[in-house]
Design a protein. Sequence first.
Length: 236
Amino acid sequence: MPHLLSLIREDVATVMEHDPAAKSRLEVYLCYSGLHAVWFYRVNHWLWNHRLFLLGRWLSQAARLLTGIEIHPGAKVGRRLFIDHGMGVVIGETAIVGDDVTLYQGVTLGGTGKEHGKRHPTLEDNVVVGGGAKILGNITVGRNSRIGAGSVVLRNVPEHSTVVGVPGHIIFREGKRVVITDPKQINDPLSEALAAVATEVNRLRDRVQRLEGSEGKGDPLSATLQQIMEDVDYQI
């Protein structure tokens, strides 16, 4: 019990430190749904660890109804988690959240399919995730990193990085601007697939030209196709 009370005091102090809108500790105790969701989670996680799976899961749904925040009781959440506003936040079963992490409204720490085992992300210490961001799959966001609002992150993020965009790409690392000169440096599975198609079409065209003995004749149709493929390859 003394340990639980110290955690509650620590959580309240975290809110007071991070949110300038908090006017008093009483207001924080009564009005901060993110704080309530974390407290519910701690009880539910204890039940989950003691194999009371159904009760822990049912109470997590009750907490979701009351707070608008869903934290699976199987997730591992560190100390001083600050969920600001919080409506729509989802933390999946195998997610791991380190200490001093901040999540804003609409954040999802989710999976990408029906795979088993570790299927949700790991957020290391002191990570900040902006509103509406989606971090999906068994990936790791390194400590002291920032995820911009609305970003979709599908790959590992190194420590001390800032990520923005859909798909998410790094714009700052170790305090230095990351300049993207090649659009294909933005990791997008669809773009990578289109780039592969463009490469294959070029290869097949060259092979047909060799077979027909038309290589080097400057066929207008081939020149037009070449220009189109170059444009597509650059844009993606």
